[in-house]
Design a protein around this ligand. Structure first.
Ligand SMILES: NC(=O)C1=CN([C@@H]2O[C@H](COP(=O)(O)OP(=O)(O)OC[C@H]3O[C@@H](n4cnc5c(N)ncnc54)[C@H](OP(=O)(O)O)[C@@H]3O)[C@@H](O)[C@H]2O)[C@@H](O)CC1
Ligand SMILES: Nc1ncnc2c1ncn2[C@@H]1O[C@H](COP(=O)(O)OP(=O)(O)O)[C@@H](O)[C@H]1O
Length: 276
């Protein structure tokens, strides 16, 4: 296996879409988010803020009342009515232990649809091996951190203690999904066997909620380019990393909080696209 190839700033800049005179909110892509719960309502706010800040035509948020109220308080632009979307984000701020049967059914319907889905945190338990599928399934990007990846592999019957890069490629191949494996080095593995790495971040990103922000960034990018999941994943990780660095730099290189990272995304995107 060859070493992963590093994803670069110029690749990120080229990937990012800038609206033109002929765009409207729908042509730019709409991201739908089923995130947050009574337990973790803040994750909904973080992901929605990040999606808006990445640049998207619309964010639809569908979640528990308390989370929806908090989302609207922070971002009244958000649409809380169901409707057509070009990408879904599911699972951030949810837990299989407390997920209702109705929510499980709703997420399963999304997973078996044809719109691409970012599957994070508490929805990863609903991902099955591609070989176990009897019908169609949406194109997926899975976004576990290392512990969530280990749990996913365990459930899929894959060996523990495999080299991280090799394991990422194997999980992608077995699930048929793009795998974005979070960490100080984030890996993006694809089912056919490509492997990219992203090290754009800072260690201050090791704080609660930054993964929820990443899922929002990725959802927005997928909605704008639903046929380029692996590039969207690498681009999201890169933008997230730089936003983390920018958020820390605003505080003298000190600690950041997840909402700072989401807020910094607009500037990171702006600077990248103005340089191309
Ligand atoms: N603001 C929000 O709404 C936020 C919401 N969030 C949402 O939370 C959900 C769960 O995500 P997660 O990554 O925390 O879950 P997970 O991998 O299962 O980790 C649990 C593991 O950690 C360990 N552990 C726990 N406490 C520990 C300690 N003090 N010191 C050391 N270890 C400790 C614990 O070990 P144990 O206690 O069992 O020994 C277990 O192994 C998810 O939906 C996410 O989106 C987050 O993004 C945060 C911000
Ligand atoms: N030491 C680190 N250096 C750089 N980035 C990190 C580090 N630790 C975590 N990150 C990044 O921060 C994010 C953490 O996500 P996650 O573990 O899902 O947190 P949460 O569940 O609290 O939102 C990921 O994007 C990860 O790549």
């Amino acid at each position: 296996m060859s070493a992963p190839s590093p994803w670069t700033a110029p690749e990120t800049a080229t990937f990012l879409r800038v609206p033109t005179a002929s765009d409207d909110k729908y042509s730019r892509g709409v991201v739908g988010m089923r995130t947050g719960s009574e337990e973790f309502p803040g994750a909904a706010v973080l992901g929605v803020e990040a999606a808006w800040r990445t640049g998207t035509g619309m964010v639809r948020y569908l979640g528990p009342r308390r989370a929806a109220d908090l989302v609207l308080q922070r971002r009244p632009e958000t649409v809380t009515a169901d409707g057509r979307v070009q990408a879904w984000v599911v699972g951030s701020g949810t837990s299989p232990a407390t997920r209702t049967a109705a929510e499980t059914a709703a997420v399963r319907t999304i997973l078996s649809g044809d719109v691409p889905v970012v599957v994070d945190a508490g929805a990863l338990d609903l991902v099955v091996a591609a070989s176990a599928l009897t019908g169609d399934r949406a194109p997926l990007v899975l976004t576990p951190h290392d512990r969530e990846h280990a749990a996913l592999r365990d459930r899929l019957g894959l060996a523990p203690d495999v080299d991280r890069e090799q394991a990422a490629l194997e999980t992608a191949a077995v699930t048929g999904a793009v795998l974005l494996l979070k960490g100080s080095t984030t890996l993006i593995a694809t089912p056919p066997g490509t492997l990219r790495s992203v090290t754009a971040g800072v260690a201050w990103l090791a704080t609660a909620g930054t993964g929820d922000v990443l899922a929002g960034i990725l959802g927005a990018l997928v909605a704008g380019a639903p046929d380029r999941l692996a590039d969207a994943a690498a681009c999201a990780a890169w933008v997230h990393g730089r936003a983390g660095a920018a958020a820390s730099a605003r505080h003298g290189g000190g600690p950041l909080v997840a909402l700072d990272v989401a807020r910094a995304v607009s500037r990171v995107v702006g600077e990248l696209v103005s340089e191309r």
